[in-house]
Design a protein around this ligand. Sequence first.
Ligand code: FEO
Length: 394
Amino acid sequence: MVVREVRPSVYFVGALDWDRRLFDELIPLPDGTSYNAYLVRGSQKTALIDTVDPSMEKVLVENLQSLGVDEIDYVVSNHAEQDHSGSIPRVLELYPSAKVVTNKRCADLLKDLLQIPEERFSVVEDGESLSLGDKTLQFFLAPWVHWPETMLTYLREDKILFTCDLFGSHLATSDLFAKDEARVYAAAKRYFAEIMMPFRKNIQKYLEKVLELDAKVIAPSHGPIYDNPSFILNAYREWVADEVKNEVVVAYVSMHGSTAEIIRYLVDALVERGVGVKQFNLTKTDLGELASALVDAATLVVGSPTVLAGPHPSMVYAAYLVNMLRPKLRFVAVVGSYGWGGRVVEVLKGLLTNLKAEILEPVIIKGYPKEESFRALDELADEILNKHRELKIA
Ligand code: FEO
């Protein structure tokens, strides 16, 4: 892997993982990812900021060797998850005088997860600074930006903010900086949806702090670095805001065509009324695309046939995931079909209790949709439009 200079005496020493296709055995990675670690050389001390996934440990070690790093004084750990911390034990072995600099919560997790001994830690408080000579690191706690121990590190003299997962993107690219903004925007939005969306309210608070710092560079631990921070800060401002768009996300599964016909009719009815729609067939879609669409949408429509008295298992899985991600949806509608009975609506409602959304009147149809079914779907489309108008987004 090629070591690159971010700013004088600040280097990218992380690893690109072009081939990884799944994160946490859950999240699809169509564009791979990267584990960004940074080396900061001060006039007196050297700090490594985060490490890499253990599968890429060799790359990190080679990068440090290629820079001729014979001493590391501090290993800053912004986040205990193993894709950033997993190579700390190896670094501590290679650099026996290095201390892990982190907050107490993170230190406790690292002791549990990686069995790093107590004496290797130097615990810092919120706002504390650490001098490297001509460079100064300052630490800001940002709990619940993914995990409870997360922290941001600011390199004051160079105005570089190391944000670990926050503002990251699962994107393996040879661009050190975010050059292809359209591509990075899509990857960062998907990443926000999958990782950060449940913590939207906390991030609103931290965004203010980040803006106050007036960083010139934002260096996350996945994906390219932002040398134009306003690009990602503006995007995040929109994603974490409470405002929703005149959009409906339609997620459905159909076995014998009835639910598919319901969805086809409803989607056309919404489009005719000027409502934006993003439609996902759950048996074909990448769930990251679905999550991404949920960042902005006002309404979610879920459509399922009845299987053994309940929703189709693919719908159960998707609903469970949507509930965990807590998008800022305002309305949810359940549509679907059945042959002789079932509890599709009750089960799906029970799976979506984290959402602060109004549940609209469901449309559940016996067999294949007929004239009266289409009238009910027109009414649902009217109701969605009216609800969006009340929010002044349509
Ligand atoms: Fe990239 Fe929460 O780890």
